[in-house]
Design a protein around this ligand. Structure first.
Ligand code: KIV
Length: 251
């Protein structure tokens, strides 16, 4: 984890992507990614749920185990799903389940309101990555995925949250869909690295949902993503070739 702070000090950008299965994890790891997150975005891009609010701890444990088998060098972070860290004792027990499945650290959503949970997990010897800004586990209350930190009041609240969780001991913090100006201010104010998603270029690192980066979930791509591949199209093409080949009597 110290390595991440040092990367920030040296001005070296941190790279992070999500994985939910063994082959993807192994490909990301072999490609040199710094951090692999078994995100609860699993719910949408792998399990077909509408959002992350239906993801359970057993599902996260199952996928973390698969990912762990493919990771040799990257830092492996497991996401704590909704309602698994409502209080410090529950947070510690859920974090332990992810670590037993192979995660090196856990991530949870929330700022100052979650300092007690963060401190409890860290006291149990498990490193924590923070996550502030747009919180997907609150998407229903929020009424959508909206940019955070556009008003001065919101930007100040985000900075307070960032400082509170840095003090609580998180080793890095994800800034999700935060205005680029607020992200820049938070990044400048913290010693720990900020890892942005849809938050502009001033963060210390960037994270994306791998399915968005490689075009494997073609039914929805967030506005801030520029896909680097069209894997869904390749799958469709290969399947159509196979269907044609089989129907015409081939093997
Ligand atoms: O669940 C997830 O994939 C995440 C990233 C988007 C940061 O939390």
């Amino acid at each position: 984890m110290q390595d991440f702070r040092e990367k920030k000090r040296r001005g070296e950008r941190i790279t992070a992507l999500t994985a939910y299965d063994y082959p993807t994890a192994r490909l990301l790891d072999e490609s040199g990614i710094d951090l692999i997150l078994v995100g609860d975005s699993l719910g949408m891009v792998v399990l077909g749920y509408e959002d992350t609010t239906q993801v359970t701890l057993p599902e996260m444990v199952h996928h973390t185990r698969a990912v762990a088998r493919g990771v040799k060098r990257a830092l492996l972070v497991g996401d704590l799903p909704i309602h698994t860290y409502n209080d410090p004792a529950q947070a510690v027990s859920s974090a332990r389940a992810l670590v037993e499945a192979g995660a090196h650290a856990v991530k949870l959503e929330g700022g100052a309101s979650h300092v007690a949970q963060i401190e409890a997990i860290i006291s149990a010897g498990i490193p924590v990555m923070g996550h502030i800004g747009m919180l997907p586990q609150s998407v229903r209350e929020e009424g959508g995925y909206k940019v955070k930190g556009r008003t001065q009041a919101e930007a100040e609240a985000l900075l307070r949250d960032a400082r509170a969780i840095e003090k609580a001991g998180v080793f890095a913090v994800v800034l999700e869909i935060v205005s680029p100006e607020a992200a820049r201010e938070i990044t400048g104010a913290l010693e720990i690295p900020t890892i942005g998603i849809g938050s502009g270029s001033h963060c210390d690192g960037q994270i994306l949902v791998t399915h968005d980066l490689i075009g494997l979930f073609p039914w929805f791509t967030p506005k801030f993503v520029s896909p680097e591949a069209r894997v869904a199209d390749e799958i469709r093409k290969a399947v159509q070739v196979f269907i044609g080949r089989t129907k015409s009597g081939g093997a």
